[in-house]
Structures are given as structure tokens and as C-alpha cells.
Design a protein around this ligand. Structure first.
Ligand code: KG4
Ligand code: ZN
Length: 329
């Protein structure tokens, strides 16, 4: 069952082919350098770049997989959530590709894609498992009891973890995307140099909150002279990252206390973060749980994860999908 998938929900133009749990290709063209000068993704700029990149990226995905469009059994595309103009480019392209060969087309929820990255080789993980998704747009704990659906146990009440890291990096003059920049700067810093709050620490639920943490950094930076900021940037990055990781890991532990799970998985761009991966690995080690850590390339946005989610989704037959609205696919 070969699925060709497209993912254009934010600023990465992605296409990939999977055959069941096997990734045949996973092409990602990052636009980060175009958005870096603005310190974040500019939606209109993203849409225009997707338009330029999508056809070459699809060609590369088919080429890397060693197949032609005729060889795929179905096409899949991210239908949301995401930037509407950016999504539209992927959805229109996928409709065109599928319709040209009378192939069926599946519209996939982006978050299901991040969960489904864990179904891929090596060592595919089958439900049930507890999944922490932390990305630029979302932070949530998902109870995955079967393929194709999950129960949201908790989610962020304000900013997403990646969004907080991106904003912190901007404040610290570390560039975009912020997560990898903070991780790089933090490597030379002391995570205990500054004591940032862990929002919701005493709240009994499984929700997250990152806006107070961001505000604490704003005030800390405001009170530093430029030269102090320069000399303490690594410590600030390390302490901020530690506070983000602490909140994510402590919520995960609380979810593990509340319900018995045999396996834990991660998803979303922040799941590429080494201190977070190490922290969760230590928790799973201590509790004797299986931990599935996908490669960083499968954590951040990519199309193989969308194709993986499509494996358990009934696609719409031709020509039904031609009538889809972009946001209601
Ligand atoms: O999943 P993703 O690629 O896109 C969304 O669905 O949002 O996640 C992007 C987010 C950004 O906020 C980025 O700063 C963060 O993931 N990120 C990281 C790392 N790599 C990407 N955060 C922490 N450490 C990383 N190594
Ligand atoms: Zn994502």
C-alpha cells in the first residue's frame, strides 16, 4: 500500500512516500532562512514559497522512492490545522495529482500525523501508548488506544512549548527557529543560573501553560544591561529550556501516575530536543516502560508522518474530493 503524502501546514514544504511502516522517501524543503529575518513565519511568504517548491519536492519524493505517480495506491495531504494559505497549496496540489490519475485522496489531521510518526520503522510502535506532542502550534498529552484516534488528556491553555522557545530565542537574539537555537546556546550554559517559574506546577490537571514563563524571561531580560545579557545569554537559554523541559516531563509523569501505560512516545518539533528526550528516557527507564523516540527528522513537520496516518484512514474516492473546501477537507 504505497501512499504519497504532502504536508504544507506551516513553513516546511514536504512530500514523502511510505509503504506500510516503511519510509520510501521523506523530502523536506525548509523555508526557515526566508523567515529568519522576520523572527517568525510570515504566512503570505510561506504560501508563496510553497507554490514554488511543491512540484519539485513531490518530484524528489517520487524519485527518491524510485516510483512514479502511477505506482502510488493513494494520495494524502494535511488538511489542518495550520496556516490556511499554506494548507491550500498542499491541498490543491494533492487534489490535482490524485485526480490526474483517478487515485483516492485522504485529508489528514496534522496532529494525527505527529502521532503516526511512531507507527513507522525502525521498531514501529502500535497502540496503546501515551504520546506527548510538543510543537510550535500545539502541546498536548494524547492517550492513543488505537490507530486513527486519540483522547486528549491535557493541552496548553495559552502558548505552545515550541512557540515559547521561539519567542524566548527572539528575546535573547538567538534567531529562528528558536528551539534548536536555544538548545545550541544552552549547551554552554548553566540550567540552574536563573530560576524560572514552572507554571501549573501545583495545578492538579494535565494541562500546560507557557505564557507566564515567557513573561518571566521578558522581565529578566529587561532588567539586564546589554553587556550582562551578552555574558549571560547561555545561562538564560539553559535555564529557560530547563523550565520548559521540567513542565513537559512533570506532566508526563503525572499522566503515568494516573493511568497504567506500557509505552510512551513523543511527537512534534520540540520532541527533537535532546534534554527533553533524555529526561523522558530517564522516566521510562525508571518505570520500566518502552519509549519510542523517532528521529529528529520525523519529529519536526514532514510528509512521511502524514502518509503514515493515511495508512489507517479511508481515503475519499475520485472525484468526491474535488468538491472539498480547503478547511473542511
Ligand atoms: O512540529 P513542528 O515542526 O511544526 C509545528 O507543527 O509547529 O515544530 C516546530 C517547533 C518550533 O517551535 C521549533 O522551535 C521547535 O519545534 N523545535 C525544537 C527543536 N527543533 C524544533 N524545540 C526544541 N529543541 C529542538 N531541537
Ligand atoms: Zn507539526
Amino acid at each position: 500500500m504505497k501512499v504519497l503524502a504532502l504536508e504544507t501546514s506551516c513553513d516546511d514544504t514536504c512530500a514523502g512516500v511510505v509503504d506500510g511502516p516503511r519510509v520510501l522517501s521523506n523530502v523536506i524543503s525548509s523555508q526557515a532562512s526566508f523567515h529568519a529575518r522576520y523572527g517568525g513565519v510570515v504566512p503570505e511568504v510561506a504560501s508563496r514559497h510553497h507554490l514554488e517548491l511543491v512540484n519539485p519536492v513531490v518530484d524528489a519524493a517520487l524519485g527518491d522512492a524510485g516510483i512514479e505517480l502511477d505506482d502510488v495506491d493513494s494520495v494524502a495531504v494535511t488538511r489542518g490545522p495550520g496556516l490556511i494559505g499554506a494548507l491550500l497549496v498542499g491541498i490543491s496540489t494533492a487534489k490535482g495529482l490524485a485526480a490526474a490519475r483517478r487515485k483516492p485522496l485522504a485529508g489528514i489531521d496534522h496532529l494525527h500525523g505527529h502521532v503516526a510518526a511512531n507507527f513507522l520503522e525502525p521498531d514501529p510502535l502500535e497502540p496503546p501508548f501515551l504520546c506527548l506532542i510538543a510543537s510550535g502550534g500545539h502541546t498536548l498529552l494524547a492517550a492513543v488506544r488505537e490507530r486513527g484516534r486519540f483522547e486528549m488528556l491535557g493541552q496548553t491553555l495559552d502558548d505552545a512549548a515550541g512557540e515559547a522557545l521561539d519567542k524566548a530565542a527572539r528575546l535573547l537574539g538567538l534567531g529562528y527557529p528558536g528551539g534548536p537555537a536555544i538548545e545550541g546556546a544552552a549547551a554552554g550554559g548553566d540550567p540552574e543560573a536563573f530560576s524560572f517559574p514552572i507554571p501549573m506546577r501545583d495545578d492538579p490537571g494535565l494541562d500546560f501553560s507557557f505564557s507566564g514563563l515567557k513573561t518571566a524571561l521578558v522581565y529578566t531580560v529587561r532588567d539586564l544591561a546589554p553587556r550582562e545579557l551578552e555574558s549571560q545569554r547561555a545561562d538564560l537559554a539553559a535555564s529557560f529550556q530547563a523550565a520548559v523541559v521540567e513542565q513537559l516531563t512533570s506532566r508526563l509523569e503525572r499522566a503515568l501516575d494516573a493511568e497504567s501505560w506500557d509505552a510512551v512516545a513523543l511527537g512534534g518539533g520540540v520532541a527533537a530536543n535532546t534534554p527533553l528526550r533524555d529526561g523522558i528516557a530517564a522516566i521510562c527507564d525508571r518505570r520500566g516502560l518502552r519509549l519510542k523516540l523517532v528521529t529528529p527528522e520525523l519529529c519536526t513537520d514532514n510528509a512521511a508522518m502524514i502518509a503514515s496516518a493515511a495508512v489507517a484512514t479511508d481515503p475519499a474516492p475520485y472525484p468526491e474530493y474535488l468538491a472539498w473546501d480547503a478547511w473542511a477537507a
